[in-house]
Design a protein around this ligand. Structure first.
Ligand code: CA
Length: 228
């Protein structure tokens, strides 16, 4: 069964999420503090997606996110943000989250996001060429790894999915909507900003100089183009 961690200190919200996760066919693991969440993750290495609240009694959700990402690039991470925490969305994504859901959210919305993350994690490498080699980059589609000049670059699932899309479409200008649809799915109703935030993060990882990118270039008023 697919296992999901829910970190939320408010018992009512947590129970509500757990009930709906179980109803949607997920195995739910609960945590009420950041420390507890990290403990649960250690005990349950098969957790595929973690849902992290931001306001917690012992540490904030971003810190938990950074902690998880320090050792685990594979897990999908969804942040729970309040409406007033507009900036937190960006901060959360910059600390390694894959997605965010704004409170109050519907159970359907949350499970749709989890399903989408699971689809990306599961990947579907079938039928793809095993290696995509362009310029200094080698992407191994079977292992979902990336090397630049023979050095491994660690990517989150979302960053990997975006880069794979680019490497499969070299020289082609892709709109932000193209990227959003290809990576997050057609039923995703989030904002285009999430694309820009992930591109910013990718540039830091793969460009020689992220302030003057030459691999992922901006196509003003449209989107991005890959060339290596
Ligand atoms: Ca809270």
């Amino acid at each position: 069964m697919k296992k999901v961690l829910i970190l939320e200190d408010e018992v009512n919200i947590r129970s509500f999420v757990v009930i709906n996760l179980r109803r949607a066919g997920y195995d739910a693991v609960e945590a009420g503090t950041g420390a507890e969440a990290l403990e649960r993750l250690k005990d349950n290495p098969d957790i595929g997606v973690a849902i992290l609240d931001i306001m917690l009694p012992d540490m904030d959700g971003f810190e938990v996110c950074r902690n998880i990402r320090a050792t685990n690039k594979q897990i999908g991470i969804i942040m729970l943000t309040a409406r007033t925490q507009e900036m937190d969305k960006v901060t959360g994504l910059m600390t390694g989250a894959d997605d965010y859901v704004t409170k109050p959210f519907s159970p359907a919305e949350l499970t749709a996001r989890i399903d989408a993350l699971y689809r990306r994690i599961g990947g579907d490498g079938a039928g793809d060429a095993e290696l995509l080699t362009q310029g200094p980059f080698v992407m191994n589609v079977r292992n979902r790894t990336l090397e630049k000049n023979g050095e491994r670059i660690r990517l989150t699932q979302v960053e990997y999915a975006i880069l794979k899309l680019f490497m499969q479409n070299p020289g082609r200008a892709l709109s932000r909507e193209d990227v959003l649809t290809a990576v997050w799915g057609r039923d995703y109703d989030g904002e285009l900003k999430i694309v820009d935030v992930n591109i910013r993060r990718l540039r830091i990882k793969i460009e020689d100089d992220a302030t003057s990118p030459k691999f992922i270039t901006t196509v003003w008023g449209f989107g991005y183009k890959w060339g290596a």
